[in-house]
Ligand binder design. Sequence first.
Ligand code: 1PZ
Length: 213
Amino acid sequence: MADVEGFCLKKVLVVFESCLTEKQEVLMDPYIEGWKGLVRFLNSLGTIFSFVSKDAVTKIQIMENFRSGGQQEKYLTVQSMVTYELASGLVDLKNRSEHPNSGCRTILRLHRALHWLQLFLEALRTSQEDSKTSVLCTDSYNASLANYHPWIIRKAATLAFCALPTRNTFLENMNLGSPEEAVDMLGEALPHICKVYEITEALYAKHKLLDLP
Ligand code: 1PZ
């Protein structure tokens, strides 16, 4: 579907499918690509979400810099990044000090946001036609990402959610055809995002990285 007249979320969601290697590792380039697409979709919802997309863009850029820098092959997968950064002492484990923007802590922020996305899209998919997008979005945010955000950000986020369009308009904004067709696509695409999320979560848990400052 043409990007000029809108934005096809399906293309973005299928990118997450290509993140997984045979060895169940998460490839960095499609992960970054997927995030860029999500940011474009977010921007299509209006400037009220600029403060969100700005932060996501900053984090995407940090990861792109690693992927084009001198140690780029170390950042081929999330797994190789964790191994490399930990072995080289490149991760601040207690306080943000010498390595404030490690790949590990940056991916952790995106990873937590991916959990919110998963909950939100699943709620949207299974909701009734007259459900309020803002309520679905707030509930999934409170169940996930909000736990890591200070009060002021929670406040700003919850206020911005009120500007979300109705469920059917939102589904139509995905440019996948009718709301019913969009719901079907979500059913196909979401398991791939879940898988990427679960693998990253298990990796971070194994290395005790889930609370990186
Ligand atoms: C459909 C509506 C979309 C609403 C987006 C829901 C997410 C609200 C998140 C609010 C984030 C506010 C801005 C900055 C937050 C940062 O402080 C944190 C922690 O990073 P640190 O300060 O430690 O460096 N950043 C994040 O939690 C990452 C947030 C990324 C959000 C990406 C949303 C993508 C939306 C896709 C929409 C389809």
